[in-house]
Design a protein around this ligand. Structure first.
Ligand SMILES: [Zn+2]
Ligand SMILES: [Zn+2]
Length: 138
């Protein structure tokens, strides 16, 4: 079992592909629901307002947006900007133009499309066995 420390609360938990423990994830889910509900009802609200009303850290709200889990429907509500060119976006990290461009560049640089993660994960604890040799002194 892969045991790690939660990157948020520091508690030890069984690693399951997430950097935070199940408890913190549950908390995130609750926050996410609250934020989503509020934005659904108040599409014009900005992050600061949402943060204040639902008592969720604005950094977390932006994280939700960056992850593409939340989407701002109101066009005038420009909370996010493309990390590459600065164009206003409503969800994710990059604008459509940059996404397309990056995908094209990525495909070109990868070439054959090989999986870079071809490191073999050897069986956990392979012991080196030392066989006892009997000397044959003639
Ligand atoms: Zn935690
Ligand atoms: Zn862009």
């Amino acid at each position: 079992m892969d045991v790690r420390n939660c990157s948020r609360c520091g508690k030890i938990y069984a690693y399951n592909g997430f950097n935070i423990c199940p408890e913190c994830r549950r908390e995130d889910e609750e926050d996410f629901k609250k934020v989503k509900e509020y934005i659904d009802e108040n599409p014009k609200a900005n992050v600061a307002e949402v943060s204040e009303k639902v008592e969720v850290d604005s950094k977390k709200i932006i994280e939700f947006l960056r992850q593409g889990r939340l989407e701002i429907r109101e066009e005038s509500n420009l909370i996010l900007s493309c990390e590459k060119c600065g164009a206003p976006i409503r969800t994710g990290r990059f604008c459509e133009k940059c996404t397309v461009k990056m995908e094209r560049e990525f495909k070109r640089s990868i070439g054959g499309g090989r999986d870079p993660r071809t490191i073999q994960n050897g069986s956990a604890m392979e012991r080196i066995r030392v066989t006892d040799r009997h000397r044959n002194d003639n």
